[in-house]
Design a protein around this ligand. Structure first.
Ligand SMILES: C[S@@+](CC[C@H](N)C(=O)[O-])C[C@H]1O[C@@H](n2cnc3c(N)ncnc32)[C@H](O)[C@@H]1O
Length: 302
């Protein structure tokens, strides 16, 4: 199989769907509906949007208000941005949704709402530093653990007064594979150290983001766990989740393999994990947090 990041993001969808905390999703839906008057255009900015999975989820889960929505999907990787249009078209086919493209934007029109998606290739920080500060909703899913050393207030500056932020699936310091293996702790430690020291990330981003947001004046915060759990059932792994696991093992191999002192630990561990994946015995879980809140008008947070 190929090491294909866009396929990984597509395979991640079902894992994320199970993980996302539904209480916070409902609170986001209600807060957004309460903020936007009928006929107004809702402005959404998603940073690290990948191939645009969240916009289709928001439509399916009825999170966006029944009105016009402008959805800017920013991602650093051009290949992800290039994949957004096809991803949206594939999602729309077989649904009562029409798709129109113009000027690099894709408009999804259904019975209830019209969502115009504008994919943008840019660094999240550079984008928000020049973006208009008038967005109703800011989204960053599975991103804050990758872009450490950026004050969250920088991102929140893209919001209008009373605007909402939603930072789901923020990794929070636990990677677990089962059945147990004697090298689990050493591999997990080396993997998290790589995140913290080599890849510019933060293996405790869920916890540190929560604390940072709680300390910002005028910002309300709610949070819940959104752990990933991937486990085989009687028919093997659901959807494309075997590929999802294969990709995660490849990511760990690249990260931990950079450290010469862990090579001997890593290779027998990886062989065992790949055999367990092949024979549908491997179970994988991570700890993550979903964080939701409002800026500038915390008393109005439903
Ligand atoms: C783990 S993926 C999550 C993608 C998407 N949010 C999802 O959950 O399906 C992280 C994404 O952030 C993007 N990314 C990483 N660093 C970034 C940066 N500095 N600015 C914008 N995007 C970034 C990556 O290209 C990748 O698509």
């Amino acid at each position: 199989m190929t090491d294909d990041f866009q396929r990984y993001l597509r395979a991640k969808r079902t894992v994320d769907d199970r993980a996302l905390d539904r209480r916070l999703v409902a609170r986001l839906r209600d807060s957004l509906a309460g903020r936007v008057a009928d006929g107004e255009t809702v402005s959404v900015l998603e940073l690290g949007a990948g191939i645009g999975t969240m916009v289709t989820r928001f439509i399916e889960w009825d999170v966006l208000p029944a009105t016009a929505v402008h959805y800017t999907a920013v991602d650093l990787r051009q290949a992800n941005v290039d994949a957004v249009s096809e991803q949206l078209r594939n999602w729309a086919s077989g649904r009562p949704v029409t798709v129109d493209s113009a000027n690099g934007r894709v408009t999804l029109s259904g019975a209830e709402r019209e969502v115009t998606v504008e994919p943008v290739a840019a660094d999240a920080v550079e984008y928000v530093e020049t973006a208009r500060a008038d967005h109703d909703l800011l989204v960053a899913a599975a991103l804050l653990d990758i872009v450490d050393n950026v004050p969250l207030s920088t991102f929140l500056d893209a919001l209008d007064t009373g605007g909402l932020y939603y930072f789901p699936l923020t990794f929070d310091g636990a990677t677990r594979f089962r059945p147990r293996h004697p090298q689990d702790s050493a591999v997990e430690r080396a993997y998290h150290e790589h995140m913290d020291t080599k890849s510019g990330g933060n293996s405790r981003a869920g916890d540190s983001s929560l604390i940072e947001l709680q300390q910002l004046p005028g910002v309300s915060v709610d949070a819940a766990g959104s752990d990933w759990v991937v486990t085989p059932n009687d028919d093997g792994y659901p959807a494309d989740e075997a590929y999802f696991l294969e990709f995660i093992l490849g990511t760990i191999e690249r990260a931990v393999g950079e450290r010469a002192e862990t090579t001997e630990t890593l290779q027998p561990w990886l062989r065992t994990r790949r055999e367990q994946l092949e024979t549908e015995q491997l179970v994988y879980s991570t700890h993550q947090l979903d964080i939701l809140g409002r800026v500038g008008d915390p008393d109005a947070f439903e």
